[in-house]
Design a protein. Structure first.
Lengths: 223, 239
């Protein structure tokens, strides 16, 4: 069994790269956790597809206002400076390149930056939501994910086998083992767990990891 | 000019068999539950309207609202981005049995297609879905070195939406994130029918605060204490 980061720790690591005042969209589910780990002194402004900028934490139980929800249909609150807008304006913010960062989950990411995160195949009811819009337009499109699937197969691959969400869209991947950038259609290793050798990491990755300068240590608090 | 009408029954009487009906709301926020339930009641009592094409971000939740429309058998097809919810049985069962159609549209493309219809723009290019299964069969063009997919406007015969305030001329405000698709749908439909929590005299809404101008609205009915989808689901209500 290899030591690896928990989901919470991956979210923490991703949060460290969000700058003060950045406009950020977090995908529903796991990526929402990133909001909890903003470094002290920085305040990002969070966008939700259904028409709110600068929403805050969940309200106390019993104090929900169901006209005030996020894209995951969860009740939220507002921060000072919040704004409401309709769906066309909301996606103008997305596609128009106005968001600084989008952080999304993934089934697979290819070394070219292709992302598959909306469909596991033709079975069941297909649902896409805003995923295909979000991968276009944000200045940085980052993915947070386990490094491998539950079965131990690489999620970082040469080519995605699942239906694509977008082509050449991901710029950085935070995994349970490493931080990897996509540069010129290749994986470039930036940080790895100190306990893991490069060869071990490469064996769990479905495409070649390039190294450009020193490999940083991926160290995160216990949380 | 007075666009107010007295009853929900009169409000939904314009919906005919086979029409495309846009329904505002994202999840429960902005869902015009009373208009939807009145339409279901009419279908149950008279057998019409049926074979509706319904446009909404989702495909219903629980046993109320759009889910209840689907349950009743009056919906032939959903046009939506995310036909899943905490309780998606109504759509899922019919879809897997082959008894309801689905046009799956990325959320931002859905919004823009509706906006384009309202603005008289028959087609536009978007980066969304390029290189994916959802772009299959659509024209692609390159602009400044990037690829874009051509999408067409999405029109409707009727829009059913929920507003916070309406004046008698149809100017509307919305409550928080209940706004979502409603201002776009009001523009894109041949006739837009609104349920508002309160109807006021013209001039009572500050023109600076109007979100949807009355030109996009045809009829307004007051529903003073509208039900909220999440509350109905928590109470286990089935229509």
């Amino acid at each position: 069994m290899i030591a690896k980061l928990t989901s919470t720790q991956i979210a923490w690591r991703a949060a460290q790269d969000i700058e003060d005042g950045a406009y950020v969209n977090l995908g529903i589910g796991f990526p929402e956790m990133v909001a909890r780990f903003q470094p002290a002194g920085r305040q990002a402004i969070f966008h939700t597809e259904n028409g709110i900028l600068n929403f805050g934490e969940a309200p106390k139980k019993g104090e929900e206002d169901w006209d005030l929800i996020n894209a995951g249909k969860k009740a939220v609150t507002l921060n000072p400076g919040a704004a409401f807008f309709h769906h066309a304006d909301s996606f103008a913010m997305v596609r128009g390149g106005h968001l600084d960062v989008a952080i999304l989950g993934a089934y697979e990411v290819a070394e070219t930056g292709d992302l598959a995160n909306w469909s596991t195949g033709p079975k069941g009811v297909p649902a896409v939501g805003g995923a295909m819009d979000l991968v276009h337009g944000a200045k940085r499109v980052a993915v947070i994910t386990d490094h491998v699937t539950k079965e131990g197969c690489p999620k970082l691959v040469k080519n995605c086998s699942l239906p694509l969400t977008g082509v050449r869209c991901v710029t950085r991947i935070y995994t349970s083992l490493a931080v990897i950038d996509i540069v010129a259609l290749r994986f470039v290793l930036r940080e790895k767990l100190p306990s893991m050798s490069f060869d071990e990491l490469q064996s769990l990755t479905g495409a070649e990891l390039l190294v450009d300068g020193e490999i940083g240590l991926l160290t995160v608090p216990e949380l | 000019m007075d666009k107010t009408i007295a009853s929900l029954a009169e409000a939904v009487a314009i919906v005919e068999n086979g029409m495309t009906v846009m329904i505002g709301g994202f999840g429960g926020a902005g869902a015009p539950i009373e208009l939807i339930h009145e339409l279901i009641d009419r279908f149950r009592a008279t057998g019409a309207p049926h074979d509706l094409i319904v446009v909404n971000n989702n495909a219903g939740n629980g046993r109320i609202g759009i889910a209840a429309m689907i349950d009743s058998g009056m919906v032939a097809k959903m046009v939506c981005s995310f036909p899943r919810s905490s309780d998606p049985r109504a759509f899922t069962e019919r879809y897997l049995a082959g008894n309801i159609g689905l046009e799956l549209v990325p959320q931002g493309t859905l919004a823009e297609r509706i906006r384009a219809a309202g603005a008289g723009i028959p087609a536009f290019y978007t980066p969304t879905s390029y290189g994916t299964d959802l772009a299959a069969g659509k024209p692609v063009a390159e602009f400044e070195g990037r690829h874009y997919v051509q999408e067409r406007w999405l029109k409707a015969d009727v829009a059913l939406i929920k507003a916070e305030l309406a004046d008698r001329q149809g100017n509307l405000t919305f409550s928080k994130a209940a706004r979502n698709f409603s201002p776009l749908m009001a523009m894109a439909a041949g006739r837009t029918v609104v349920q508002a929590r309160k109807i006021v005299e013209p001039g009572m809404i500050d023109p600076e605060m109007v979100v949807t101008p009355g030109i996009f609205v045809d009829a307004v009915v007051e529903v003073a204490a509208p039900a909220q989808e999440e509350e109905l689901i928590r109470q286990g209500v089935a229509r």
